[in-house]
Design a protein around this ligand. Structure first.
Ligand SMILES: CC(=O)SCCNC(=O)CCNC(=O)[C@H](O)C(C)(C)COP(=O)(O)OP(=O)(O)OC[C@H]1O[C@@H](n2cnc3c(N)ncnc32)[C@H](O)[C@@H]1OP(=O)(O)O
Length: 132
């Protein structure tokens, strides 16, 4: 379902407004802007779960479903899908809401994999007993 008034009951990890500086030459919001925000949102969820530093190691299934327009409110939601020894898979969805409307549309989704790393930048184990 890509058109709803309230896609998630939980709060978004990031909510922002798409600005003219974020556009591509055609005037729509640049895909890289969305990807950067998705990485930020997923990284925030992963860092919280891993209780420390994480590095993005892979992105799966990035799809752009519909365009984001200047002035849209864009909300980024993130959930922990799975936790390995040192890796975490985070599902991220971005939803847009035209600033004068109530209906939201899903615009992108992807799964980000992070690795928990220590001060030496090498993988460290994530505490598997923590509740997500
Ligand atoms: C280049 C950039 O700036 S990209 C943006 C920022 N990201 C980075 O800088 C990360 C760059 N990458 C790295 O530094 C290294 O790949 C590290 C430290 C993250 C991982 O080092 P590796 O030697 O690959 O670690 P290792 O082989 O032990 O794997 C660690 C975990 O990552 C997982 N992993 C590694 N590569 C991938 C991958 N491409 N996709 C999914 N999972 C992966 C492994 O399955 C393992 O999971 P587990 O511990 O839960 O079983």
């Amino acid at each position: 379902m890509n058109h709803v008034t309230d896609p998630h009951r939980e709060s978004p990890v990031i909510r922002t407004v798409a600005m003219p500086a974020d556009t591509n030459p055609a005037g729509d919001i640049f895909g890289g802007w969305l990807m950067a925000h998705m990485d930020l949102a997923a990284g925030n969820v992963a860092t919280r779960r891993a209780k420390g530093r994480v590095a993005t190691v892979a992105v799966e299934g990035m799809s752009f479903i519909s365009p984001v327009l200047v002035g849209d409110e864009v909300s980024f939601y993130g959930d922990v899908l799975s936790v390995g020894r040192s890796s975490l898979r985070i599902r991220v969805e971005a939803w847009r809401r035209p600033r004068e409307e109530e209906v939201m549309n899903k615009v992108t989704e992807a799964i980000f994999t992070f690795v928990a790393i220590g001060a030496d930048r090498r993988p460290r184990a994530v505490d598997s007993s923590s509740v997500d």
